[in-house]
Design a protein around this ligand. Sequence first.
Ligand SMILES: Nc1ncnc2c1ncn2[C@@H]1O[C@H](COP(=O)(O)OP(=O)(O)OP(=O)(O)O)[C@@H](O)[C@H]1O
Ligand SMILES: [Mg+2]
Length: 298
Amino acid sequence: MNVGARESRIIQKPGIELPGFRLMLTDNTTPLVELRDLTFGYGERAILNKVTLSVPRGKVTALMGASGGGKTTVLRLIGGQIRGQSGQTLFDGQDVGTMGTGALYEARRRMGMLFQFGALFTDMSVFDNVAFPLREHTQLPETLVRDIVLMKLNAVGLRGARDLMPSELSGGMARRVALARAIALDPELVMYDEPFAGLDPISLGTAARLIRQLNDTMGLTSIVVSHDLDETFHIADQVIVLANGGIAAQGTPDEVRHSDDPLVKQFVNALPDGPVRFHHPGPALEADFGPVPRGGRP
Ligand SMILES: Nc1ncnc2c1ncn2[C@@H]1O[C@H](COP(=O)(O)OP(=O)(O)OP(=O)(O)O)[C@@H](O)[C@H]1O
Ligand SMILES: [Mg+2]
């Protein structure tokens, strides 16, 4: 935990305990999130096989890898929406996979999540969207809710857009409102699932810088799932590449970029073919299309 950033928030709001604020000194050396030998499958389908990874406090960790590789699954495990079949998912040293409802609820209050395709509530204004988690999870008076919402909107540059409805926002703006909503409860961990998807290069750059900036100024720990290599490598302190049910690489952007591992090379160079399978597992071609005719398929 970045104690400096937390202290500055107390100074901003003397005498008021902000939601999510915890008066405790956590040691900075243990990771905020750790997966240890985590195995998970949906029914019979194995998705993660004995995955071990760690997310250091105060840093931006990028979680990358081929589509269907299990990135969203990892975020859902950390958030406790799903539980591993074996191994541990530790958040601040506690196993999310064995928590009861109360402990899980407490842990989730310390996490912010920007969901993949995460839509805003379309029938609520920008203001009400950001206020939603505060009203849902706290009993703060409306005047304080207002202050916090405007502070968060200010942080993403959209204080002036508070009265707009989601239909009146551009894609980039909507993403920034979702970001403000994700940090409304002053989380320690923010998980972003594809925050750049569908954004033009300028909005993408803005969103990426914002994630980095919020991480540093608010003393957060961030996990960013993204397919955008350049921008993600640029803002990340650590990159983890998931492939074929395991970790293909974990290191600084430079280390991953220069990895000799064929899997990682395929990924970093965006090659369509390599160790990562392009095809979702399924019946053999022959089973669906019949035997291959002489001379091959047309
Ligand atoms: N609720 C579910 N039930 C069954 N299978 C699922 C479920 N959610 C995901 N899967 C499967 O788990 C695998 C991993 O999915 P996941 O969403 O974690 O991938 P991802 O790495 O986030 O992919 P993308 O980059 O496309 O978002 C996929 O093969 C998917 O089909
Ligand atoms: Mg996903």
